[in-house]
Ligand binder design. Structure first.
Ligand code: NDP
Length: 314
């Protein structure tokens, strides 16, 4: 077991747009950042295809290419990018200690947590089978590919309603698949959904599978599952969007940082500063609202600037 201790000025955990943008700024500020890539190198964008809303790419760019470009840009200024997963943290006193892969301990004067959030899936084998071929957990990222097509959104919360409304502006027909007999979303979102003519809400429906030859062509649903009048229903769709919540990857930091009830790290309003001096949270792990690549990148930039200021004040 490698238990070598190492001391760094700036430790960045996570390799999505927040982590790499923090790395670009931190390395240009001579903080010699060390970045651990985490479970999913490149983050959530590596699971999408085309990214058309990241400024600076007029023709669009693929998610993996964008992340490769960000990585190269961070390395160009000297960021030490390493494979490895942060498995434990001790933020009780500076220097803060982060365990990598259950063995090596890195001591850091500043820590930028950019571990992201993971979209929840239903857990159906077909979601994996059709990943990138009609299954998505981000309507803002992928909705554009379903212009004039039929799509379904799963979920009954604000995100599901928001995504259904967004998709209704692009797609021909949107089905909102809701497991209960009511929407959990706020009244105002519910009203918007009910007022949108091309959204059809399927209450008390559960998805049990997807079908299609070269991509999603439809979904197998069950209405009133387990009830005497249970009914099997198939719908024809080209896109299947999950909007059943996200899980922020904040578990190992919870003993030291404030989180909301879902687990998003709470920061001081409008900044990436946490209540622990020198520890910052950037990107989706601290953002229940926007969750966009560009907003994550912006908060990574802010975190690196704050880290630099914190170190110069020491
Ligand atoms: P929520 O947890 O609020 O809603 C998740 C939805 O997914 C629920 O309807 C839930 O059903 C459903 N769901 C969960 N698991 C399954 C499953 N296995 N099968 C089928 N359905 C499932 O998450 P959101 O992402 O919608 O919202 C997160 C937070 O962000 C909320 O506080 C929300 O208000 C906020 N938000 C606010 C927005 C705004 O104000 N504009 C926009 C987006 C989010 P059930 O109801 O049966 O539990």
């Amino acid at each position: 077991m490698d238990t070598t201790n190492e001391h760094v000025r700036c430790l960045i955990i996570g390799s999505g747009p927040a982590g790499y943008t923090a790395a670009i700024y931190a390395s240009r500020a001579n903080l010699a950042p060390v970045l651990y890539e985490g479970i999913q190198p490149g983050g959530q964008l590596t699971t999408t295809t085309e990214v058309e809303n990241f400024p600076g790419y007029p023709e669009g760019v693929t998610g993996p290419q964008l992340m490769e470009d960000l990585k190269k840009q961070a390395q160009r200024f000297g960021t030490d990018v390493r494979m490895g997963i942060a498995t434990a943290a001790d933020l009780s006193a500076s220097p803060y200690k982060v365990t990598i892969d259950g063995s090596k301990v890195v001591e850091a004067e500043t820590v930028i947590i950019s571990t992201g959030a993971t979209a929840k899936y239903l857990g159906l084998p077909d979601e994996a089978k059709y990943a990138g071929m009609g299954v998505s957990a981000c309507a803002t990222c992928d909705g554009f590919f379903y212009r004039k097509k039929n799509v379904a959104v799963v979920g009954g919360g604000d995100t599901a309603c928001e995504e259904a409304i967004y998709l209704a502006g692009l797609a021909k027909q949107v089905y909102l698949i809701v497991r209960k007999s009511y929407l959990r979303a706020s009244k105002v979102m519910q009203e918007r959904v009910f007022k949108t003519p091309n959204i059809k809400v399927l209450f008390e429906h559960n998805t049990i599978g997807l079908f299609g030859e070269n991509g999603v062509e439809g979904a197998h649903l069950v209405k009133r599952k387990g009830e005497p009048d249970e009914e099997k229903v198939d719908i024809a769709i080209d896109g299947f969007f999950l909007a059943i919540g996200h899980k922020p990857n904040s578990d190992i930091f919870k003993p030291w940082l404030e989180t909301d009830e879902v687990g998003y790290i709470k920061t001081i309003d409008g900044t990436p500063c946490t209540k622990v001096p020198g520890v910052f949270a950037a990107g989706d792990v601290a953002d229940p609202h926007y969750r966009q690549a560009i907003t994550a990148a912006a908060s990574g930039c802010k975190a690196a600037i704050e880290a630099e200021r914190y170190l110069s004040n020491q």
